[in-house]
Each structure stands twice: as C-alpha cells, then as structure tokens.
Design a binder for this molecule. Structure first.
Ligand code: MTE
Length: 324
C-alpha cells in the first residue's frame, strides 16, 4: 500500500498523496484511494453470481461470463470521490476518516450498462429506485450487515451508470470490488457498491444504514457530488471535478486572498464525468486560493457549509506556497 497514505488500517482506508495523484489523467490503480467499511471479501470468480430481482418481470441470475458475454461492453471515464473527501479542510475537523484531498481518483470503467440489465429483467416502469448490495459484511451499529445503497431509477437508466468488471482495461482489483462493482458517475462514491451481489428494483430507497443514515445529512441521503478542486504546491498542478455531468470549464487561482483571480491552464479532461487536471505557475510565497467553474457558470463557494460529517466540502481550496 506504499504509494497511498493509510488513514485507517482496519478496515483499510487510504488516500493518494496529492502530488503524485495529479500527475496523470487516469489514476494508476496503486494510487487510487480505497474506502472500505469492512474486510475485503475473497470472491471466487467461477462461483460468482449476480442477482437482479425485486420489481421485475423476470429475476435474472448471471455468472461473470454471462455478464461479460451477454451485453455489449460499455465504457465510461469517471471520477470517483468519497463524500468525505477534503473533510480535513473543515474547521473544526468533523469526525470520520480524516481525509485530505486525495480520496478521489479517475478511471476508465468497463462493464454493462445498468439500463441494459434492467431492460433484460423487465424492470417495472413504476419502480422508483434501484438498490445494490455488496458481498462484504461491515459492522454498523453493532451488527454485521452487507454494505448497500440505492439510486433513483432515473439515474439508474442513464447511460453512464455501469455494472463494471474492468478498471482501466484490467479486471477490478480486490480492494476496488473484484469481480463486479457498480459505478455511478457524478454521485458520491458510497453509491458505487463494490463486490456487487445483488441489484434490486424497488418502490423505495435501500433500507440500508449506509443509504439512509450513514451517507445522509439531516435525514436526506446524499446523491450528487459537488463541484470541487485541489492543488499540489509541490508540482504546480491540481484537479477540478464538475457536478451533475457538467464539466469544469475554468479554474482560477488567487494569491491575494481572493481580490484578483487568474485563469489556470487546463491540461486534460472535458468529458461530463471526468476530472480536469490543470497547472499554474506561481512563484510567490503565502496562501494560494483555488476555485473551479462548471459549464453552467456555477463556481465553488468560498466556504462550504460545515456539517458534522464533513461531507461535500467544496469551499475554495487553500494551499500554502513556500518561497523559492
Ligand atoms: N462497496 C462496498 N461493498 N463496501 C464498501 O465499503 N465503500 C463505498 C463504495 N462502495 C464500499 C463500497 C465508498 S464510501 C466509496 S467512497 C467507494 O466505494 C470507494 O471505492 P474505492 O475503494 O474503489 O476507491
């Protein structure tokens, strides 16, 4: 786990150091953050079965081979980030895994469109939610239970949502969900369930603790990520990621406390679900502020509202520049 900064050992939670992270548009798997709630399950690929049931005409059970061979492969380049990314930048720092700005990564995900699987099973038009259950059994509120989540049907039918068996052209690594995970671009990472055992079409959200209480604020489960950015003073490079499928169009920096802003140089990205890497030449010492703007003209707020979980912290990024 050498390249990652380990935040908790058991379960393993680890994030990328910012300098190496913003070097490449596609995050090398060894640098891709790991967010686990329990132990990584050992899954036998031959014995693996994915179940799709609930409010469907015909429940479906698929082996890994049937999943791979039964539908055209769909590919999406998408940035995944934990809802708690940048938690440490809130004051006071809320409880939870103490994430800096490295609980984020960008990858090419290949699998089957969730919409194709839902069509094959004959998902009811009236059903409002699609729930996912993992094979892991983290302990929550004193009880071992599967990690689970759900997304609204409208999102589940969107073409970017894939039931993925590959990350950057390779089978998923065990810690990233081998053999199959769902990838829900634009949503908080917690909805991209790893070690996917079941998909269920439902009238209501997943009743899971992780859906309704853990990744929720004021009783409202979180869905979309927020527009966000970060900068590595060591490398003069940063990332910026849009929200709701709106790509980042501009990144600005300020070295005078926000009185004046200069456009940074965008270097990669531009797709709806992927981050943009960018660079800026700064030779002054002191504090650097960063803010990104998306294609709808929305910008990051100066300060995000504090919440007790430290979720969705997307206030202007602040980096300390050393002279020389
Ligand atoms: N899926 C399962 N089954 N168990 C988990 O603990 N963690 C979720 C999500 N899917 C989790 C899961 C959270 S909170 C995040 S941010 C992402 O996986 C992290 O994915 P990664 O570890 O591949 O980076």
């Amino acid at each position: 786990m050498e390249p990652l900064i380990v935040r908790t050992e058991d379960p393993l939670n680890a994030e990328a150091p910012l300098g190496p992270l913003v070097r490449s548009h596609l995050t090398p798997t060894p640098l891709f953050f790991i967010r686990n709630h329990g132990a990584v399950p050992a899954v036998d690929a031959d014995a693996y079965r994915l179940t799709l049931d609930g409010d469907v005409r015909e429940p479906v059970v698929l082996s890994l081979r049937e999943l791979r061979d039964g539908w055209p492969a769909a590919t999406v380049t998408a940035t995944l980030a934990c809802a708690g990314n940048r938690r440490n930048d809130q004051t006071p720092v809320p409880a939870g895994v103490p994430w800096g700005a490295g609980a984020i990564g960008n990858a090419v995900w290949t699998g089957v469109r969730l919409a194709d699987l839902l069509a094959a099973a004959g998902a009811s038009d009236a059903a409002r939610h699609v729930a996912f259950t993992g094979l892991d059994r983290p302990v929550a509120e004193g009880t071992a239970q599967p990690f689970a989540a759900s997304i609204p049907m409208a999102k589940a039918l969107s073409p970017e949502v894939v039931v993925a068996y590959e990350m950057d052209g390779e089978p998923l690594a065990p810690e990233h969900g081998f053999p199959v995970r769902v990838v829900v671009p634009g949503y908080i990472g917690a909805r991209s369930v790893k070690w996917l055992a079941g998909i269920s079409v439902r009238a209501s959200q997943s009743p899971s603790f992780f859906q309704l209480r853990d990744y929720a604020l004021d009783g409202t489960p979180l869905t979309e990520q927020a527009l966000n950015s970060a900068f590595s003073a060591d490398t003069g490079r940063g990332y910026a990621v849009g929200a709701g499928g709106r790509p980042v169009e501009r990144v600005e920096i300020s070295t005078d406390g926000g009185r004046s802003w200069t456009a940074a140089t965008l270097e990669s990205g531009g797709g709806p679900w992927e981050w943009r890497l960018w660079s800026a030449d700064v030779d002054s010492a002191g504090e650097l502020l960063v803010r990104a703007w998306d294609s709808a003209g929305e910008g990051q707020p100066e300060t995000a509202d504090w919440n007790e979980r430290g979720y969705m912290n997307n206030g202007w990024f602040r980096a300390r520049l050393e002279s020389g």
